[in-house]
Ligand binder design. Sequence first.
Ligand code: GLU
Length: 424
Amino acid sequence: MSAHTAASQVVHESMFDSVLARLDAAVKAMNLSEEVAQVLRNPQKLVKVSLPVMMDSGKVQIFEGYRCVHSTHLGPSKGGIRYAMDVNQDEVMALAAWMSFKCAVANLPYGGGKGGVKCDPRKMSVGELERLTRAYAKSMRDVFGVNKDIPAPDMGTSGREMAWILDELNKIHGEDAPGVITGKPIALGGSLGRDAATGRGVMVSTLCALNKMGIDPKKATAAVQGFGNVGSHTARLLSEKGIKICAIGDHTATFYNEKGIDIHAALEYVKTSGGVLKGFKGGVEIKPNELLTAKVDVLVPAALQNVITEEVAHNIHAKLIVEGANGPTTPEADSILQEKNIIVVPDILANGGGVTVSYFEWVQNKMGYYWTENEVNEKHDLSMETAFNNVWTNAHEYKTTMRLGAYITALKKIEQGVKLKGFY
Ligand code: GLU
């Protein structure tokens, strides 16, 4: 759990501890009842499965799979499935709790959940991934349900895995229930606009924050860490709004260009390079941490957790941080950013665009009637702006940061769900 480096300084090695640290700070600030706080400190359900998969070599490999349902007080639990080597119980618990708060901030009728499999999808063949995904879906047949727990893509998964999971669940239940999972390919009941939605939400949050700060987007500069689904759409959409993107990077390479990087050229490049930025010629190559401390107005960490540490925070030049990733800032770094008057639009607000359009996908599946991309985007933008303004108002009312303001916004809603449903 937590390790003490010095008497006064606590390093949160556990991600769930990081969630609890923020939760407890919000509980104190808003004087939330201890009963409700206790309920939210303990996830409702945690399932661990062992998945024996036949590899292409002819040997069987055992994979660990997880699903955590943090809360169902405001509706069925909602949240993605992550494929990565660092997936573990602590991480899925943290990510599931964040989903509860994210859905409440976005005003969706959902609780929060998250799942994952410990694996390296980049080192697996398509056949191996399909067998692993179907095994995971089958193991979670009693957890997932259209009005129960609704998974979606997360790091390392995409529409392809969602299609396999849908097919496996449909076979088990003997009926087509597309609303049991979101982030599906369009042909299987996915929603237009879902693919770009998380990046779109980051863009809307950035524009809302710049507006409050009195900064003209056309005169602003930005650095975006991560060029996967979230980072690439964010960089594209911000540049379409006139923001100059001076730095981009992924796990293979990081680039800087004072004159602004041509994001469309970068998008074209990754189509030819196997999805990675390595070898891109649109800027000079820099170290990954130099992106975080670049002299830009806006910093968007849209890759991994815990990248903005205390040390990095001391060297950040941006005036605004918009968290595209889940948990990119450590609690220790939070206080330094606050001292430096850097505004942080937290993950549970900024990256809520993905789950918002997942909700629209679920609604369309239930109706059996589908909206145009413009209709989806319009509804999304309005929903994100409302969420941003609610958080901004709470942060001001409680004289606190946007992060605590977001937790307070979420807790006010979840508190009603917990109290109205009651206890045994
Ligand atoms: N995995 C995404 C997230 O962390 C999306 C979840 C969803 O659409 O349910 O927000």
